[in-house]
Ligand binder design. Sequence first.
Ligand SMILES: Cc1cn([C@H]2C[C@H](O)[C@@H](COP(=O)(O)OP(=O)(O)O[C@H]3O[C@@H](C)C(=O)[C@@H](O)[C@H]3O)O2)c(=O)[nH]c1=O
Length: 179
Amino acid sequence: MYQLHKTKIDGCLELTPNIFNDHRGISIKPFHSDFFQTLGVEHNFNEDLMVISHKGVLRGMHLQNPPLQQAKLIYCASGSIFDVAVDVRKNSPTYGQHVAFYVDAVKHNIVYIPSGLAHGYLVLEDCTTVIYKMSSVYSPGLESGFRWDSAAIPWPVQNPILSDKDKSLPGFNDFVSIF
Ligand SMILES: Cc1cn([C@H]2C[C@H](O)[C@@H](COP(=O)(O)OP(=O)(O)O[C@H]3O[C@@H](C)C(=O)[C@@H](O)[C@H]3O)O2)c(=O)[nH]c1=O
């Protein structure tokens, strides 16, 4: 049903689903609960979010703190992104390290990010539609994060379009993880 690619960060996965193709178009299943159960990861998703962005927008690096920490499933319904996760679990052997993926609506790959990782992405095409499933509902008071350019991530951009909130995030060295 899915090709599974494990990454160097424990629990962070890339999945490529089967694409069912006929003369009408294609069908893709981004989420199947039985399959996620076999992976042994948090897969009880409580909120979906759809975000449409212009080329050059960068959102990140974000995470939500306990008690409403979020595992996320991320894919593109249109366009493409450079997607990044950074491990901020203090006892993890990959603390501070990142993994990056080109996610797009051609290969329809999906990224699974466990809680305790920060997430961000650069939009590579206009009208890119990113869909997330999240294991906890959005809670603005629990938002946390750090600046996109402070964690040695090789972004393929120099001057992205950022929100004011993202411009004012602390650098990674000043960020305090509670995971
Ligand atoms: C993320 C989010 C935002 N919103 C609202 C709040 C605000 O009015 C508007 C835009 O919010 P933000 O500026 O925080 O959106 P954004 O910068 O796109 O935040 C997102 O970034 C990526 C990298 C993630 O991983 C997400 O979990 C989330 O943090 O949408 C929700 O209602 N629910 C949500 O889950």
